[in-house]
Write a protein that binds this ligand. Structure first.
Ligand code: UD1
Ligand code: CA
Length: 454
């Protein structure tokens, strides 16, 4: 059977005043990605043909994020927030193309599952003109109530407009809705604003469809799935829910999390088999950990690729563009950025490795710093295979250390070191016999000792 065409409309024009933030609401993040990104990912998985995002006036940041995530997205501006139906009609041009299904999803409802969106579309395929997502919240105050009679969805009544009897209904509107494309414009254009708030309510679509002798149905889901984010408290609660799910998924996939409640993951964190993560580790966006790797406690990783059997931390900071080869080791208090550490190479203690290639099996000694920034531009360092960098060396980039070369401890290396060479980039040690005693007089332990023997 040919797949039905589908337009998804994401409503994201709300200002999100209750977040008390200069950042538009849908750009706040959960599990390392924006609310909008979560919603767009769920939509993509139900196989839509086109996605439209409705943004408020002056919210170019939202349009930019939408385009970053989904280059083919269409953005429409709703200049004034005059209600959810008014917001949907901002995407009129897309609706006029008559897709078979139209999915309407809120940008601040990040947990909706693709399977649920697919269920809504299935209701349209089965003949309904309107399909609404219903749920039974612990506290229904504030939500629209789904009025059902003889198993038919008759109307949705907003809390403010509902009678006491209607308010006693437990089944509420989750806000996500599907409209049959063939009837959508006719229904939307009939929606008025005769309600308490004087807004164009999308929820009126149900009664209007009924009046047109069309079918409306409710599809029920768990409360978690339609959890909307309006405040920072709800954002934090949602983060906790997301983390719980990600940890559970990682455990079920075979990752060893010694203390799962202390490990923070991103929605896109990827693990191979037999990975061990010790307590208190943070995985930011775009981290991949391959089979058998160990991430020790108190490490912070963003945009890093950890090769097979590699070891990280404790107390390591791996920033974007870090790639560890098989069996590579990054130890305590080591920071890396845009750095490739090839197979078997080590930087075990107290280093900064930036814009660098560390060849296979090279050893980067304690306290080595790649001086990659001259105050103006960043420069690259290359450390050849099997090279040895003595402790407390500064490698002033751009600079290349050849394969198998040896840099003496405490060197400041400003020029390339050929393969196999020994480089000592430090002043020669000077020893002056007895000079300390002359300089320090009675403070010299050696001298005091001499006195006591008298
Ligand atoms: C809406 C539903 C309510 C449902 C609840 C679920 C209506 C009339 N009411 O109420 O039945 O129980 O969601 O959470 O639909 N938006 C715009 N432009 C506007 C108005 C809203 O883009 O002019 C967007 C908002 O950014 C938000 C979404 O639409 O993402 C919902 O709007 P909101 O005002 O939060 O609706 P509720 O009052 O919560
Ligand atoms: Ca809301």
């Amino acid at each position: 059977m040919k797949a039905r065409t589908c337009l998804a409309i994401v409503l994201a024009a709300g200002e999100g005043k209750r977040m008390h933030s200069a950042r538009p609401k849908v750009l706040h993040a959960i599990a390392g990605r924006s609310l909008l990104a979560h919603v767009l990912a769920a939509i993509a998985e139900t196989g839509v043909t086109t996605t439209a995002v409705v943004i408020g006036g002056g919210q170019e940041m939202v349009a930019a994020e939408a385009k970053r995530l989904l280059p083919g997205v269409e953005c429409f501006v709703q200049h004034e927030p005059r209600g959810t139906a008014h917001a949907v009609l901002a995407a009129r041009r897309a609706i006029e193309r008559r897709p078979e299904d139209i999915l309407i999803v809120y940008g601040d409802t990040p947990f909706v599952r693709p399977a649920t969106l697919t269920r809504l579309r299935a209701a349209l395929a089965a003949g309904a003109a309107v399909a609404v997502l219903g749920f039974r919240p612990a506290d229904p105050a504030g939500y629209g109530r789904l009025i059902v009679a003889d198993e038919q969805l008759i109307a949705i009544r907003e809390h403010a407009d509902a009678s006491a009897r209607e308010r006693a209904i437990g089944l509420c509107n989750g806000g996500i809705m599907a409209l049959a494309g063939a009837h959508a414009l006719a229904i939307l254009e009939r929606i008025g604003k005769r309600n308490r708030k004087g807004e164009f309510y999308l929820t009126d679509a149900v009664e209007i469809a009924r009046g047109m002798k069309l079918d409306a149905v409710a599809v029920e889901v768990e409360e978690d799935e339609v959890r909307g984010i309006n405040t920072k408290t709800q954002l934090a609660e949602a983060e906790a829910v997301a983390q719980q799910r990600l940890r559970k998924a990682a455990l079920e996939a075979g990752v060893t999390l010694v203390a799962p409640e202390t490990v923070f993951l991103s929605a896109d964190t990827k693990f191979g088999k037999d990975v061990l993560v010790e307590p208190y580790v943070v995985f930011g966006e775009k981290v991949k950990v391959e089979d058998g790797a160990i991430i020790h406690s108190f490490s912070h990783l963003v945009g890093a690729h950890i090769g097979k059997g590699a070891s990280v931390g404790p107390f390591a900071r791996l920033r974007r563009g870090t790639r560890l080869g098989e069996g590579a080791k990054i130890g305590n208090f080591v920071e890396a950025k845009e750095a490739t550490i090839e197979a078997g190479a080590k930087a075990n203690h107290l280093s900064y490795i930036g814009d660098t290639l560390v060849g296979a099996k090279a050893n980067v000694g304690a306290g080595t710093i790649t001086c990659n920034y001259d105050g103006n531009a960043k420069h690259r360092t290359t450390i050849g295979k099997g090279a040895f960098i003595g402790s407390n060396s500064a490698l002033v980039a751009p600079v290349e250390i050849g394969a198998g070369a040896y840099v003496g401890s405490g060197s400041v290396i400003t020029e390339n070191v050929p393969a196999g060479a020994l480089a000592l980039g430090r002043a020669r040690q000077v020893v002056k016999e007895g000079q300390a005693i002359r300089l320090r007089g009675s403070k010299t332990p050696g001298k005091k000792k001499a006195h006591s023997r008298d």
